[in-house]
Structure formats: structure tokens, C-alpha cells
Design a protein around this ligand. Structure first.
Ligand code: ATP
Length: 242
């Protein structure tokens, strides 16, 4: 059961991230609200993954601030988020044990862990694979396991970094359906993708980055119909490559 308070919106205030002399992200101010699916777009190297990692707390900004609403921060905030990567990070354990492990980290009593894990596997069509070693699953199954693991922890916000880029179309579609299921259940979605068809299907709003800067933040329908910036127009036309 989710606590009645919320960690959203997430506010980024003039966030920068530097590597040596190079500003990889610069001056990014952004407010991410609950209820809308946010898709981050931009050419290779624009800073999309960095932005997700900064939001999720895997990296600390070198400038500016990343602030969650109404929550104390630290572990309490981390436990209310989940992140799914392009290639899932799975333990050398069974499918069900991968989920039980995360539940243990979140302090779920051991008696409830198996039932919650099996329920999540069932939801993502993986129940029959529960006893298998996680690492022998196909790429698509591994990604669904990563999603089931995230589901079991009941996140308020789910970050996804190019979750379908190494999957075939059928597996990608099942990931999209899973993302939709999170959204319907009330989890805030923030994802990156290079698949513009997928972005059109999933996005309520688009954050467009280019060369480490936030160029547009707009409702998806507006962005795809008439992007305001030359960079976004070139990107949508397939002309902007960096
Ligand atoms: N920890 C790091 N240290 C130094 N440079 C980094 C680090 N992480 C990313 N970069 C560089 O920062 C830039 C932005 O990287 P990022 O992975 O965020 O881009 P992206 O928009 O996700 O690109 P892609 O679409 O290719 O995945 C790239 O030039 C990358 O090489």
C-alpha cells in the first residue's frame, strides 16, 4: 500500500553535469508531474541517459539541484523509485529469487516475498519461468523480469532507459504494454527511446534534449505536430545526428 504523501513532482533547477572541463548537461530546469508519461528524446550523446541517472540519484549534479516534493530524501525517496535499463541487471539466481531479493532490500517480511514475487511474474506472463535461472531467459523475458521486479516494489515513479532498444518488435511491444500497465496503475513514467513510433504511442509529454541542453518540454501532440525549435524539427526529420 502506497503512503498517502507523494514524492512528486520532481523538480530540477539549473542542473548541470560536468566531466572534467566538459559540461555534458547544462542548465536543465524541469518539473516532472505525476500522471503524465514523459518521454525524453534527442540525438545520440544529447544527455538523455545522464538526465535519467541524475533524476534517479545514480549521479549527483555538479551544478543546480534535483528535488523531490514533500519527502525527506535519502532511502525513503530511493525506495519509491525504480529504474529499468537497456540491458537488465539480473542476479545469478532464479527468476523468482531476483524479485524476492529486491523485496528483502525494501524491508518486505520474508513470508510475503514469494507471494508478491509470483504475483508480479504472473502479471508479466513469466509465472511458468519462476524457478529458472534468470540469466538463461531470452532478452525479452529478461526485460519483462526487470519490469516485474520493479512492479513488485510498487514504485511511484519508474525510469526506463531505452528499454526496448535491444529487443525484437514483439518483445518491444510487450514491454510497451507493461509500461502502459504501470501508467494505468498510477506509476509516473519517465523514459528515453530512439523509437519515434514508440514515443508517439507512449508519450503524454516530450522532453527534447540536444547537446546537453533542454530545448523543448511540450505536450506530445504539440511536439510531434509542430516542434518549436530548429533542432527538434531536424531531429524529427531524421536530419539531426548529434
Ligand atoms: N560518467 C561519464 N563521464 C564522462 N562522460 C560521460 C559519462 N556519461 C556519459 N558521458 C558522455 O556524456 C554524453 C551524453 O551521454 P548520454 O549517455 O547521456 O547520451 P544519450 O543522449 O543517452 O545518448 P544515446 O542516445 O547514444 O544513448 C556523451 O558524450 C557521453 O559520452
Amino acid at each position: 500500500m502506497r503512503a498517502p504523501d507523494t514524492i512528486l513532482p520532481l523538480e530540477l533547477d539549473r542542473v548541470g553535469f560536468a566531466a572534467g572541463e566538459r559540461m555534458l548537461l547544462d542548465g536543465v530546469s524541469l518539473r516532472l508531474e505525476t500522471g503524465v508519461r514523459t518521454v525524453i528524446l534527442g540525438p545520440n550523446g544529447a544527455g538523455k541517459s545522464l538526465l535519467l541517472r541524475l533524476c534517479h540519484g545514480l549521479l549527483a549534479p555538479s551544478a543546480g539541484s534535483v528535488r523531490w516534493s514533500g519527502a525527506a530524501g535519502g532511502e525513503a525517496v530511493r525506495h519509491r523509485q525504480a529504474m529499468v535499463f537497456q540491458r537488465p541487471v539480473l542476479l545469478r539466481r532464479s527468476v523468482v529469487a531476483n524479485i524476492r531479493y529486491v523485496l528483502a532490500l525494501r524491508g518486505v517480511p520474508w513470508r510475503r516475498r514469494t507471494a508478491l514475487a509470483l504475483d508480479a511474474l504472473e502479471r508479466f506472463g513469466l509465472a511458468s519461468l519462476a524457478p529458472r535461472p534468470a540469466r538463461v531467459l531470452s532478452g525479452g523475458e529478461q526485460q519483462r523480469l526487470a519490469l516485474a521486479r520493479a512492479w513488485a516494489s510498487g514504485p511511484e515513479i519508474l525510469f526506463l532507459d531505452e528499454p526496448t532498444s535491444s529487443l525484437d518488435p514483439a518483445a518491444a511491444l510487450s514491454v510497451e504494454m507493461a509500461v502502459q500497465e504501470f501508467h494505468t496503475s498510477g506509476t509516473k513514467i519517465v523514459m528515453t527511446t530512439h523509437d519515434l513510433g514508440q514515443a508517439r504511442r507512449l508519450a503524454d509529454e516530450v522532453v527534447f534534449l540536444s547537446r546537453g541542453r533542454l530545448v523543448e518540454h511540450a505536450p506530445a501532440a504539440e511536439f510531434f505536430k509542430g516542434p518549436q525549435s530548429a533542432q527538434a524539427r531536424a531531429f524529427l526529420a531524421g536530419e539531426l545526428v548529434c
